[in-house]
Design a protein around this ligand. Structure first.
Ligand code: BEZ
Length: 212
């Protein structure tokens, strides 16, 4: 297992899931992907996370992001757990959960952190771009459930900054003003960002979000 860093190719794999065998690259096609791990089936925080993820699926779809969850239990266990998730979270789990019983994928993606827990995965999040490289990695401990609004927010930032020479400032939300890349001088920035450029400092230039 090699360390995966931002910009690296996302390791491809084929694994069984709650929706049958899945090959990562085929599943992603030419879209974006989010791969997120859960410590184990039938655990409370994971149950709320997967229910929430299911309710957010339309938002991920809108952004052309394929969802793929993972837990180190088997397909039969996932099937029973999904019934509980649907019942308790009032939703329908509508994306695959990898059955990583042999820990092949969690090892490949360094999702087991032995000093936290030597057998269960932590809550890893990998966002993968259409070029199959890793665009974002976040790691939460088992005791902290993820904020799916934040995951959509970072995807909005990644998708904006992939196509425009801007970066998103602290606490940015879709629609807010953005920062112009330091690689563009202010004279050029004024030609590119026709909605306006505010130069607060030579290195700090703001412009309305270019893609709305
Ligand atoms: C949970 O999902 O609730 C959980 C899983 C492992 C350890 C702690 C909490």
């Amino acid at each position: 297992m090699a360390t995966i860093r931002l910009g690296d190719a996302a390791p491809d794999f084929t694994a069984d899931s709650s929706m049958g065998m899945i090959n990562l690259y085929d599943y992603l096609g030419d879209g974006w992907g989010i791969l997120f791990s859960h410590p184990a089936d039938f655990t409370p925080v994971c149950t709320t996370e997967l229910g929430t993820a299911a309710k957010f699926k339309a938002e991920f779809d809108k952004r052309n992001v394929k969802m793929l969850a993972l837990s180190v239990d088997g397909v039969a266990s996932h099937g029973e757990w999904i019934k509980d998730i649907n019942e308790t979270q009032h939703t329908t789990v509508n994306f695959p959960i990898i059955a990583d019983e042999n820990k092949k994928v969690s090892t490949l993606y360094d999702m087991i952190h032995p000093n936290a827990n030597d057998s269960l995965t932590v809550r890893s999040v990998y966002i993968i771009g259409p070029d199959k490289t890793v665009k974002l990695i976040i790691t939460y401990p088992a005791s902290t459930g993820r904020n799916f609004h934040e995951l959509l927010r970072v995807i909005d930032s990644l998708q904006l900054t992939a196509y425009h020479k801007v970066a998103t400032p602290a606490n940015w939300e879709n629609g807010d003003r953005v920062v112009i890349s330091p690689s563009i001088n202010t004279e050029d920035a004024k030609k590119i960002f026709t909605k306006g450029v505010e130069e607060i400092k030579p290195y700090l230039r703001m412009t309305p979000q270019p893609n709305i």
